[in-house]
Design a protein around this ligand. Structure first.
Ligand SMILES: Cc1ncc(COP(=O)(O)O)c(C=O)c1O
Length: 449
C-alpha cells in the first residue's frame, strides 16, 4: 500500500471506530480540498463532483465570492446571539424579495431538520391543530418532528415518533401506486389527500408537508396540475401547505424555487442546503400573518441568523443574480437532457427524469416489470468513481443515480463529464437500438408539461 493510500485507510479506520455507525456509507475517499466542481482526496486524486453534497454547494465548492464575504465577516463579528446586526436585516429583506409572499417574514435556524420542526410547530400554533399529512418516500430530516414526516422505513425503525402523520402516495408516475397513467388518470392520486383528511384524520390536520418535487426519493416530478388540485383540497379544509424547498430551492430546478413550476403558492417555505453554499443555515419563511403571533422569546435559536451565515447567504444571493444562475440551471437542463436521452434505449434504464440541474436515472433489471436494480447502481457508481466522477444514489429502492452538478460548472467540463458518464452507464446494459438514436419516446424523459 502506498504512503498516501495508507493515510486514507488510517482515517477510514479511525472514523469506523469512533463515529456513530448511523452515518452514510460512502465510497472510501477522504476529501482534502475542493474548488468549483472539482474535489481532491488526500491521495491527490481528482474528481468531478456531480453531487454538490446533495444540492448544498450549488455555486461550486469554495466559491470566491462566498469565501471572501465569510472571511471578511470572520474578522469583524462572528456571533452576537439575538442582537440585531446589519447582515441579518439585509439578508432577511433580500430573501423576502425572492419569495412569493406579498408580505412575508422569516425565522433563521441552522439545519434543515430544525427548520422543518419549526414549520410544524408554527403550523400547530397557528391552526390549533395537531396532525399532518406527508408523503411516501419523503425525507425531511432526522430531528424528532421531521422524522415523523419521513415516508421511508429505514430512517424511522426503532423509534417512537409521537406526531400524528397521515401518509399518502407521492405522484410517482413511473410507478403509479394506482396503476394509472397521466393524463388519463385525471390526477386520481390527488384525491387520496382528500381521503386522508376525510377518513383517516380526526379532522385536526394543521398542514401538509412536501417537497414540490421529491429529490432523494427519486427525482419524482409531480405532473402538471397536481399541486393545484392538492391546494384546492387543502383550502377547502383550511389546511396549510408547507413546501420543503431544501433541495429544490435556489435555482436547482431551473427556476428560483421548485414550486414555481406549478401554479401554487405555499403558506410556509423551508429552506436550507444551498442557501449558504456549505455553511449551516436554514430558514422558515411564511406569510406575515403566520409569523407575527409568536410572542417575544417564544421561539428562537442560538445560531440562527448569525453574522457569518448571513454573510454567506448574502453572497449567494449576489452570485445568483450576477452570474445568472437560474439561466445557467436551464442551460444545464438542456445539456444533461441531450446527453442522457440516448440512455433511454438501454435495457437497464427504466426512466430518466429531471429539471434544471436535478436529474436521476432509474435502473431496472427488467424494463417490463420495472424491477428495481440497486446492485447495478452500486456497480456503476463504483466505475464512475474510478473514472473520477462522484455521484449520489437515490430512490426508495436505491436504484437511481442522481446527476446534481454545481450550477456554476463550466459547460465544456459538463459535456466531458457526461460523455464519460453515459459511456460507463452504457457498459451496464444493452442498447435496444443505436445509442445515438434521438427518437426516444417522450415518456422516457420526464419533465413536467
Ligand atoms: C428535502 C430535505 N429536507 C430536509 C433535510 C434535512 O436537512 P438537515 O440534514 O440539514 O437536517 C434534508 C437533508 O438531506 C432534505 O434533503
Amino acid at each position: 500500500m502506498s504512503k498516501r493510500a495508507a493515510v486514507t485507510s488510517q482515517i477510514m479506520d479511525i472514523e469506523g471506530e469512533v463515529l456513530s455507525t448511523s452515518l452514510g456509507s460512502y465510497f472510501p475517499i477522504v476529501w482534502d480540498q475542493a474548488a468549483g466542481s472539482k474535489v481532491w482526496d488526500v491521495e491527490g486524486n481528482e474528481y468531478i463532483d456531480l453531487t454538490c453534497g446533495i444540492c448544498v454547494t450549488s455555486l461550486g465548492h469554495c466559491h470566491p465570492r462566498v469565501t471572501s464575504a465569510v472571511s471578511r465577516q470572520l474578522q469583524d463579528l462572528v456571533f452576537c446571539y439575538e442582537f440585531p446586526h446589519p447582515n441579518r436585516s439585509r439578508y432577511a429583506q433580500r430573501l423576502l424579495d425572492t419569495l412569493p409572499f406579498d408580505e412575508g417574514r422569516v425565522l433563521f435556524k441552522s439545519t434543515g431538520g430544525e427548520a422543518i420542526d419549526t414549520s410544524m410547530l408554527l403550523a400547530q400554533f397557528e391552526t390549533g391543530r395537531n396532525e399532518f399529512i406527508a408523503y411516501h418516500g419523503a425525507f425531511h430530516g432526522a430531528t424528532f418532528g421531521a422524522l415523523a414526516l419521513t415516508g421511508e422505513r429505514k430512517y424511522k425503525e426503532g423509534y417512537f415518533l409521537g406526531q400524528r402523520v397521515h401518509f399518502v402516495p407521492y405522484p410517482y408516475c413511473y410507478r403509479c401506486p394506482l396503476g394509472q397513467s397521466f393524463p388519463g388518470c385525471d390526477l386520481r392520486c390527488a384525491d387520496l389527500v382528500a381521503h386522508a383528511i376525510e377518513y383517516a384524520s380526526t379532522g385536526s390536520i394543521a398542514a401538509l408537508v412536501a417537497e414540490p418535487m421529491q429529490s432523494s426519493a427519486g427525482v419524482i416530478i409531480p405532473p402538471a396540475g397536481y399541486w393545484t388540485r392538492v391546494r384546492e383540497i387543502l383550502d377547502q379544509h383550511d389546511i396549510l401547505l408547507i413546501f420543503d424547498e431544501i433541495q429544490t430551492g435556489f435555482a436547482r430546478t431551473g427556476r428560483f424555487y421548485g414550486f414555481e413550476h406549478y401554479s401554487v403558492v405555499p403558506d410556509i417555505i423551508v429552506l436550507s442546503k444551498a442557501i449558504a453554499n456549505g455553511l449551516p443555515m436554514s430558514v422558515v419563511a411564511a406569510r406575515s400573518d403566520l409569523l407575527a403571533h409568536w410572542g417575544p422569546d417564544a421561539h428562537s435559536s442560538t445560531f440562527g441568523g448569525n453574522p457569518l451565515a448571513c454573510a454567506a447567504g448574502l453572497a449567494v444571493l449576489d452570485t445568483i443574480a450576477s452570474e445568472d444562475i437560474v439561466g445557467r440551471s436551464q442551460e444545464i437542463e438542456r445539456i444533461i437532457q441531450d446527453h442522457l436521452r440516448p440512455l433511454a434505449n438501454l435495457s437497464s434504464v427504466g426512466d430518466i427524469r429531471g429539471l434544471g440541474a436535478l436529474w436521476g436515472v432509474e435502473f431496472v433489471s427488467d424494463r417490463a416489470t420495472r424491477e428495481p436494480a440497486p446492485t447495478t447502481v452500486a456497480e456503476i457508481r463504483q466505475d464512475l468513481q474510478e473514472a473520477g466522477i462522484l455521484t449520489v444514489n437515490g430512490g426508495v429502492h436505491g436504484n437511481m443515480i442522481r446527476v446534481l452538478p454545481a450550477l456554476t460548472i463550466d459547460f465544456d467540463l459538463l459535456h466531458q463529464t457526461l460523455t464519460t458518464f453515459t459511456s460507463i452507464v452504457g457498459e451496464h446494459g444493452e442498447y435496444r437500438i443505436g445509442r445515438d438514436e434521438g427518437d426516444m419516446p417522450d415518456a422516457e424523459i420526464r419533465v413536467p408539461a
